[in-house]
Design a protein. Structure first.
Length: 274
């Protein structure tokens, strides 16, 4: 599988990446880890005229504390998020989520920003960001803005990122010791979720239960009203419109959402997971 021809430029800074995007125009795309974009180009599902490589832009990588938030550079790879002592202590659900992505090779190339911008509804990190109530920092020709996770994912593989913009960092609240649960139902070890559930501090998000990662708001309301895991989880599929594929039809996905939500809530109730 050979992708169509494209131009290539390596950005030296975030600002340089924005300039290159502006120079190349709307058909250009950012290249981070390449683990979603390059397969799509090889399958000819994407045919950007130019790739702007941000893989070597140091200012876009790294993890730090900023007040009540943890800030993760968009070009930080999944393995670094999973292995970070800071993330493991302050946002353990995020570290665990990053550790569930693919296999070690993918986790050492794929980036958190790439995963969020790609917006696969079956992916781990978009669901985790929604559950955590995080946000993303976006740089563009008109300046910078912050978008909450709930507003980032707008459709199937679609986000509120505009052409010429760059997702520069991810913010999640620092909450050491907060109870959380994470369940991912897969056919093979390194697969995307057939259905996934992330639960933390009363927020519950689902993967692959609609065109975007979705909040299980009925579950959240039940929890807020004092329901236990089983009672709250029974409402996990309310309002969700999952798709159907070779792995699962709609009723089975709804069943999985209820079962996995109960497990995730019980996991959170039982205390810190491994
Ligand atoms: C075999 C395999 C198994 C996988 N399994 C899983 C899994 O279990 N769970 C899971 O969640 N994911 C999985 N993935 C996907 C993996 O996490 C990807 O690395 C990730 O989705 C994309 O990150 P990337 O850095 O490789 O992005 P790229 O492929 O480089 O880019 C993806 C898209 O995001 C855009 N983009 C990249 N960075 C930015 C940025 N900073 N700002 C704006 N736009 C940007 C690109 O232009 C492109 O459109 C798997 C991938 C493979 C190949």
């Amino acid at each position: 599988m050979i992708p169509p021809a494209f131009e290539y430029a390596a950005a030296e800074s975030a600002g340089h990446a924005l300039d290159l995007l502006a120079d190349y125009g709307e058909d250009a795309k950012l290249l981070a880890g390449g683990h979603s974009l390059l397969p799509m180009m090889k399958l000819r599902l994407a045919a950007p005229s130019a790739l702007v490589d941000i893989g070597r832009v140091g200012e876009l990588a790294g993890i730090r504390s900023d007040g009540d938030d943890l800030v993760i550079g968009a070009a930080t790879c999944h393995a670094d998020v999973a292995g970070s002592a800071l993330v493991r202590s302050d946002a353990p659900l995020l570290a665990y989520s990053a550790a569930q992505v693919g296999d070690p090779q993918i986790r050492h190339r794929g980036t958190i920003g790439g995963s969020l911008a790609h917006a696969d509804p079956a992916a781990d990190l978009p669901m985790a960001l929604v559950a955590l109530g995080g946000s993303v920092e976006i740089m563009g020709p008109g300046g910078s803005r912050v978008v909450a996770a709930d507003d980032l994912f707008t459709g199937f593989f679609e986000t509120s990122l505009q052409p010429g913009e760059l997702l520069s960092a991810v913010r999640v609240p620092s909450r050491p010791g907060v109870p959380w649960g994470y369940q991912k139902f897969v056919r093979r070890a390194n697969d995307w979720a057939i259905v996934g559930v992330a639960a933390v501090a009363g927020r519950v998000a689902l993967a692959n239960m609609g065109p975007t990662p979705v909040r299980a708001r009925a579950v959240e309301q039940a929890l807020a009203a004092g329901a236990g895991p089983a009672e709250a989880a029974a409402r996990a599929a309310e309002g969700a419109e999952p798709g159907e594929d070779i792995h699962a039809d709609r009723p089975y996905r709804r069943h999985l959402a209820r079962v996995l939500t109960r497990r995730a809530l019980e996991q959170a109730q039982a205390g810190p997971a491994a």
